[in-house]
Design a protein around this ligand. Sequence first.
Ligand code: ADP
Length: 651
Amino acid sequence: MVPQIKRVLLVEDDEDDYILTSDYLHQVAGHSFDIEWVDNSVEALALLKKNQHDICLLDYQLGSLNGLTVLEQAGKSGCSVPIIMLTGQSDSQLDSDALDAGAVDYLVKSELNSARFNRAIRYAIARRDIENERLERIKAETRNRSKDKFLAHLSHELRTPLTSILGYTELLLADHENKQIRGELTTILDNGKHLLGLLNNVLDLSKIAAGKLEINHAALALDRFVADLYTLMSVAAQDKGIALRLSSRTPLPLEITTDALRLRQILINIIHNAIKFTDQGAVDIEIWLESADRQEMLCFAIADTGIGIPGHLLNSIFTPFEQVEDIVSRNEEGAGLGLSICSELLKHMGGRIRVTSELGKGSRFVVAVPVGDISAVPRERLTFTRSAHGKPCENVPKLSGKVLIVDDIKDIRHLFGFICHSFGLEVSYAVNGEQAIEKILGAQARQQPLDLVLMDIHMPVLDGKRTMLKLREMQVVTPVLAITAATMKGVQQELQQLGFNGVVPKPVDKTLLYQHLADYLPLATGDSAVEREPGASGQAQFLLVEDDEDAARLTALLLENLGVKVELAHSVRQAEAWLKTSRQFDQILLDHHLPDGNALELADSIRRISPASQITVISGREMSRSQLAAHGIKRALLKPINLALLKTLID
Ligand code: ADP
């Protein structure tokens, strides 16, 4: 190995001694030295302060300042270079003073050709190396700590506003029947979710890069896990009109040890891709057990009949930010992070991922994960099929009632909520049995009891069975349906004996769920199912004059949502044409700048043609009251227009 060159600072005011010392230094075996020579204490201190040298040999006799003072001052100025003091003659007092002042060693100049000199130099270098390593470690730790802090901070900063965006959009969606607004809200929601997914991916990748990824192994009920996964994914498959089939090639253990969250993340990503890149046909999931290196591995094969991946790109899809481009219909969005995260996660979990694919025919991803010791665990075959077509529940009569959905997995909770909502039901949620009991009792105390509870069985804190026992002990008679994968024989019977009124099998089937619910809940009595008719008597009539098509459409939509009937005009001329019809408008909203005139001029003609109408100007800047009043304009709204602003016109 080539010896690393060490930088030596030699502080010596006698040139002969300098030459002699450097000669001896060059004779030290195993090291090469780059020697910098200074002959005075001022320069020496300036250089020592910079900590650029690996060792320093410091002469004791240095003109005005002696070596001890230089040592002390160097220490005070933050110098960490190991300093060896060179003295003219042996003096034990001086030697111990030098060590006290911070020297790592002392040498008498007559010893320069001795083994002791060699040892002292080597020792000082080793010391410097250790110190350098320590400093590097501290620097790296600091860098990592600030990266972690930055990530945590960034994550919070991005997630907080995103939570409000998603939350409020969902709220609005729950409230709005208007199809067009629902479409637009869904676009916001989808994009928000996409952004959240990307954020999670980027954070995951950074965690992996920083070596901070934690894998948490725990016992997992496999039948339930698979049923939930299937339920979630079959909704997406159904939306695309492709079949999703799941079957097991071998009997599967009912319990395994793994990181359930991560395994779910990996499988959802791959199944989601399979559905995304398949327009016709089916996605088949096959699960089996395999022994490899005396270890049991659970394998999932996800095969699709989609567009496929060209052979030369099969490896790069596991590299961050790689997307297979240049293929006709491959215009799906995505950042190309998902598969690289899956592959990294699997490496950390002791598993693996493989892919085979044929362009135009489809792809097959195989994921394998270790499952721990399953020798004593009972095994069963699993099979689920969901046909490609048929949304059988679309036109069923609406039900009425308040339903509580209890499940610890958010996606599943919301999926059930979504389905129940589509049946016309009022939905509330609980994440475990304890919270469910609180909500059930709370509703009873408020004299607004719940009509039915849908309850998952495997949950943390208080599971479904113990919750049921407690409820019946407390004489709560609300019907409770268990939601369970229930693959083991006798489970249904056991659940019914515990007090459950029925069992809804997972993966959830909408029709079956409806039938179960209809056994306990009455049909809706008209009102909630009837939509408000536009143009009904008593409805306010507005004329909106706005030349920007998008702004006009949005404002009209918001107004319609407030129950207002809106007519549109895009210019002064069109507005005047409307006013000359026999229609009377309660209010007229005018954009300030119109292609063939401005709002103030138009306001004057409106007052002549339709004096009873109230006029409001919509403007991008504040307008003076006197100016408005001079044209008979009641008020001005400042852009951007939102629902709350428009509401002020109606209240
Ligand atoms: P993204 O988030 O962009 O979907 P992924 O890492 O999940 O990223 O996938 C990377 C790329 O691999 C995708 O953009 C797509 O081009 C390709 N790909 C992944 N799965 C499939 C599949 N089942 N069929 C065809 N192409 C796929």
